[in-house]
Ligand binder design. Structure first.
Ligand SMILES: Cc1ncc(COP(=O)(O)O)c(C=O)c1O
Length: 396
């Protein structure tokens, strides 16, 4: 039989999705499963975006330009200007989700065996995108004890080799919820300039900054124009995960020209979803105010309830809608599976994402889980209570 590629064989499974078959078995047994495993918000998509798809007047559902329709990119540039990020429409390539923007960024700047330094724990699919691109992830560990703050800059410097092409951060962070300070972004800017590296910032959670903190983008940092690449998406901002629209943004013309060749190879981002995403840009500020208020309340409830469980340690997230919780267990993979297969309270159980998949250092994060607080506070309370009772009886 012909064999598959080494790359295919080494593609990691998503820790967010790999337990789905166990969840499906639990549904078949009539159980309710609280999904804390995946960042699929339960927030309503802005009506204006849904209506735009309903009432569009297209006769032909045609391709758009590979870089995305010009009208949409002009409006994205206006959105950035409102966020004090000053770019033009031709600094933007519309992509099929932030996921494709990450693949384009990797393809544009890295060759096989090149290295990208990423503070870990990090968004698990960075492992998958790196494997798909033949790129090596070099992790720099951020610690739960430090609330997952940016590791000391010397730690990055120690890891830089002739093969290092970029530093990748997620701000605010999935899975940590950590929001980088302006000072931390300045430190990263200095190091990429000093060592002539790219700085990729995944800013798909830009709006989700809590407790009065403001998000500081890498493209607000002067002098970083040639180095900075932003990854963005409508998925979380407007609760439009199914639209599959994101973008790659850079002031570096060579980056844009090169990424465009990748975009041309796949022809066009989805046309209808661009219509919805363009309309979503008209979403009133009140929508975001309500959403942020809701997430802050959820975060507060979640952290308070988790802190009541003996042996559980949790870092306080100040952005995005995730947190990492350290549990008094040895192996969260086995625990998460056991929850779905063998534990329930009155027919209800909970699905979490084992955190080891958010690290690339072997053996790290085995006693941690990632929780997405994408459920209402009542459901969150019930879900944490299930975790609490489960930990009382679970044996590693
Ligand atoms: C940090 C981060 N980046 C990128 C993505 C990809 O999102 P999408 O492809 O839906 O835009 C996600 C999705 O969860 C994410 O959490």
């Amino acid at each position: 039989m012909p064999t598959i590629s080494k790359k295919g064989a080494s593609m990691p499974e998503s820790p967010i999705r790999k337990l789905v078959p166990y969840a499906e078995k639990a549904y078949k047994q009539g159980k309710t499963v609280y999904h804390l495993n995946i960042g699929q918000p339960d927030i309503k998509t802005p009506q204006i975006a849904l209506d735009a798809v309903k009432i569009h007047s297209l006769d032909i559902l045609a391709y758009t330009r590979s870089e995305g329709s010009e009208g949409y990119r002009e409006k994205i540039a206006n959105y950035y200007a409102k966020n004090d990020i000053h770019v033009k429409h031709d600094d933007i390539i519309v992509t099929t989700g932030g996921s494709e923007a990450l693949l384009f960024a990797f393809g544009t700047i890295m060759d096989t065996d090149d290295e990208v330094i990423i503070p870990e724990p990090f968004y698990a699919n960075y492992n998958g995108f790196s494997t798909a691109s033949g790129v090596k992830v070099v992790p720099v560990i951020s610690k739960i004890e430090d609330n997952f703050a940016l590791p000391p800059i010397e730690e990055f410097e120690k890891l830089i080799t002739p093969k290092t092409k970029a530093i990748l951060i997620c701000n605010p962070g999935n899975p940590t919820g950590y929001l980088y300070s302006k000072e931390e972004i300045k430190q990263l800017a200095a190091i990429v300039k000093k060592h002539d590296l790219f700085l990729i910032a995944d800013e798909v959670y830009r709006e989700f900054a809590y407790d009065g903190a403001t998000h500081y983008s890498i493209l607000q940092e002067e002098g970083l124009e040639d180095y900075a690449i932003i990854i963005d998406s409508v998925s979380k901002r407007y609760s439009m995960c199914g639209a599959r629209i994101g973008c790659l943004v850079s002031k570096n013309k060579t980056i844009i020209q090169t990424a465009l060749k990748f975009a041309q190879a796949r022809l066009s981002p989805p046309t209808l979803a661009q219509i919805a995403s363009e309309a979503a840009l008209e979403t009133p500020q009140s929508y975001f105010d309500d959403v942020i208020e809701e997430y802050v309340e959820r975060r507060n409830v979640l952290i308070e309830e988790l802190n009541k469980i003996e042996g559980v340690q949790v870092a306080n997230p100040n952005g995005a809608f995730y947190c990492i919780a350290q549990l008094p267990i040895k192996n969260s993979d086995a625990f998460a599976q056991w929850l779905l297969e063998s534990f329930d309270i009155d027919g209800e159980t909970v699905m979490v994402a084992p955190a080891a998949g958010f690290y690339s250092s072997p053996g790290v994060g085995l006693n941690q889980i990632r929780i997405a607080y994408v459920l209402n506070t009542d459901s969150l309370k019930k879900a944490v209570n299930i975790l609490k009772e489960a930990l009382k009886v679970y044996k590693d």
